[in-house]
Ligand binder design. Structure first.
Ligand SMILES: CC(=O)N[C@H]1[C@@H](O[C@@H]2[C@H](O)[C@H](O)[C@@H](O)[C@H](O)[C@H]2O)O[C@H](CO)[C@@H](O)[C@@H]1O
Ligand SMILES: [Zn+2]
Length: 307
């Protein structure tokens, strides 16, 4: 008799660069899988120390002032995990081991991006050393499914790109029995997915926003023109429609990241205009493994399909 793992034996591990990425990218999937009793582990590579601060009374936490934003976002992340029902969260190498590298085009003008000599910056980390921290977690948790960014980090943030590289490299190293036996017994992840945005769904959402008279959200983007950073349908392998409860949990988790996401910002404009259900639908590209049973659209509806 083939013994198939119950949902309680199924484990998903996600690798993200900053607190907030997990909720934005896969918050609904995380909430649904946690509610189903599946194991959900989040590894966050930095504490987001270099982020902007959208809450005026917290501006003193900025990196070039008290540098307290990382600790504050640690709390935001804990609140977001509580909203999603996720109980296993780790910082890569421990809290503060790797620092947010910043971005050159910081919204309020001062470019607080780490330079290439800043050894604390995640983007400058030694790839093998960073991957080894993740090898230890992969060999401990032994997930069947791993989720991270594509090679561009979704939109090109250096920490996202580095998180992709660390996740993909660590998944290979973890599977080699003779590699770093001190980090645990070898484990091969069966399926790896990259979070993705559906070009057709984004186009549909933009059309509805513009039809509802909203010309400011994603200003300048033409619904009939190119949709940056989105994947054509033929590149997608899975769509998780996590349902309304998970969508609400995802929105609550995004709200928890209050220094990064404002409820009147573009993240919420879409749902304010066309309904919250859009947040419950999350798309994926398959980077490793075999696509399991699919629906009429040619997409899996579950990341453990076929396992
Ligand atoms: C979603 C995400 O990856 N956020 C990152 C990103 O934040 C952006 C950054 O502060 C940029 O300067 C702003 O213009 C933009 O609006 C923000 O989304 O980069 C931050 C710094 O590395 C990081 O902390 C944040 O989590
Ligand atoms: Zn990020």
């Amino acid at each position: 008799m083939t013994v198939t793992p119950s949902t309680h034996d199924q484990r998903l591990l996600l690798v993200h660069a900053h607190p907030d990425d997990e909720s934005i990218g896969q918050g609904a999937t995380m909430a649904r899988y946690a509610a189903q009793g599946r194991g959900v582990t989040l590894v966050t590579c930095t504490a987001g120390e270099m982020g902007e601060i959208l809450v005026p009374e917290l501006e003193h936490l900025a990196a070039d002032r008290t540098d307290g934003l990382g600790e504050h976002r640690r709390g935001e992340l804990a609140d977001a995990m509580a909203e999603l029902g996720v109980t296993d969260h780790r910082f890569l190498g421990g809290f503060g081991r790797y620092r947010d590298s910043g971005m050159k085009w910081h919204a309020d003008g001062h470019a607080i991006a780490a330079d290439e000599t800043d050894e604390r910056a995640f983007a400058n980390a030694d790839l093998t050393e960073a991957a080894d921290h993740l090898v230890a977690v992969l060999r401990e948790v032994r997930p069947q499914v791993l989720v991270t960014y594509d090679q561009f980090g979704g939109y090109g943030h250096p920490d996202h790109i580095q998180a992709h590289r660390v996740a993909m490299y660590a998944s290979q190293l973890a599977a080699v029995p003779s590699y770093r036996r001190d980090l645990g017994e070898a484990h091969e992840v069966a399926k790896i997915y990259w979070g993705a945005m559906s070009q057709s769904r984004m186009r549909e959402g933009l059309r509805r926003l513009r039809a509802a008279g909203d010309t400011t959200t994603f200003e300048g983007m033409d619904p009939e023109g190119p949709i940056p950073m989105a994947s054509p349908d033929e590149d997608l392998a899975a769509v998780v429609d996590a349902g309304p409860e998970a969508a609400e949990a995802k929105m609550a988790a995004m709200r928890a990241h209050a220094t990064q996401i404002t409820v009147d910002g573009p993240f919420f404009a879409l749902s304010n205009n066309i309904g919250n259900e859009i947040w419950g639908v999350e798309h994926y590209r398959l980077a490793k493994g075999t696509q399991g049973p699919v629906g009429p659209d040619g997409l899996e509806t579950d990341l453990f399909a076929g396992l």
